[in-house]
Write a protein that binds this ligand. Structure first.
Ligand code: NDP
Length: 301
């Protein structure tokens, strides 16, 4: 059997960013509107710092306004909530993102609930979660939206396909399942208590792995010809690169899986780049809605 076709998330994301930049230029030209995103980062988490830097850079490269609010790890919860209140009330700011995870002492749910749902470009506010599950228009969480866009462009119609989402987090697994359901897939959500997991995976035409366990999904868990989307980002030791070196791997054993799957995303270079591109897209949509303009992607969703 031929090896799987690689789904090139970097290329997908570059094309999406081009469309976003064109859209931003048109908004500026025709309406004098410049979409603006404010990112709030609390603490010194290394990975979060890198994500936030990349988000800011790509927002500006697309022609939008980016602001980052860096708060010390010991910032009281009330101060963070006050900042969110100020950003909510500022008409020139269209999107607000609080980088997760937050320090343990801060109540994540309370912080997400404080963001104006219209500015919630992560799509994590319970109002937007409810809207997504009930089929109403809402900002869609960026990572699952990226997975869906790649699947639709690669496979075309998803109707009737059996999809298995491995992982049930609020930021990936659950919204991913909602999106696939809306595409008329038959969806199974698997998790740490699922029985016969390899067998359940082998039934899937579409397998989304979002567990955070390095290379857990083996080649013989995959239905021949299936589309495999690997959301996992795991840093593992890489002695072959030298002492103390590390490398990134996904939740899928890529070398085994590509011999069985029909389509597969690599790690890195798969889902990751699409996440930020969708954040920019959500910011543009939020800016349009807040200014009474149509969602530029409405018909294409
Ligand atoms: P969470 O830790 O919140 O959720 C993991 C899920 O996997 C849980 O539902 C858990 O089940 C399930 N799980 C854990 N171990 C097993 C197991 N042995 N068997 C079956 N299910 C298991 O993770 P996230 O959803 O936040 O992230 C998942 C992965 O995706 C991580 O590697 C993360 O780094 C990556 N990620 C990548 C992004 C990107 O842009 N590419 C963005 C966001 C995340 P249970 O609920 O029963 O505990």
């Amino acid at each position: 059997m031929a090896e799987a076709q690689i789904i090139d998330g970097k290329a997908f994301a570059a094309r999406l960013r081009e469309k976003i930049a064109a859209c931003v230029a048109a908004l500026k030209r025709d309406h004098g509107l410049v979409p603006s995103l404010s990112v709030v980062l609390v603490g010194e988490d290394q990975a979060s710092q890198v994500y936030v830097r990349n988000k800011g850079r790509q927002t500006e490269e697309a022609g939008m306004i980016s602001a980052t609010h860096r708060l010390p790890a010991e910032t009281p919860e009330g101060e963070l909530l006050d900042l969110i209140g100020t950003l909510n009330g500022d008409e020139t700011i269209h999107g607000i993102l609080v980088q997760l995870p937050l320090p343990d002492r801060i109540d994540e749910a309370k912080v997400i609930a404080a963001i104006d749902p219209a500015k919630d470009v992560d799509g994590f506010h319970t109002t937007n979660v409810g809207r997504l599950w009930t089929g109403l228009d809402a900002p869609v969480p960026c990572t699952p939206q990226g997975c869906l866009l790649m699947l639709k462009e690669t496979l075309g119609e998803l109707k009737g396909k059996r999809a298995l989402v491995l992982g049930r987090s609020n930021i990936v697994g659950k919204p991913m399942a909602a999106l696939l359901l809306a595409e008329h897939c038959t969806v199974t959500i698997a998790h740490s208590r699922t029985e016969d997991l390899p067998e359940r995976c082998r039934e899937a035409d579409i397998l989304i792995a979002a567990v955070g366990r390095p290379e857990m999904v083996r080649g013989d868990w995959i239905k021949p010809g299936a589309a495999v989307i690997d959301v996992g980002i795991n840093r593992v030791e890489a002695p072959e690169k030298g002492d103390g070196k590390t490398r990134l791997v996904g939740d899928v054993a890529f070398d085994e899986a590509k011999r069985v799957a029909g389509f597969i995303t690599p790690v890195p270079g798969g889902v990751g780049p699409m996440t930020i591109a969708n954040l920019l897209r959500n910011t543009v949509i939020a800016a349009c809605r807040q200014n009474g303009l149509p969602d530029p992607w409405y018909k294409r969703r």
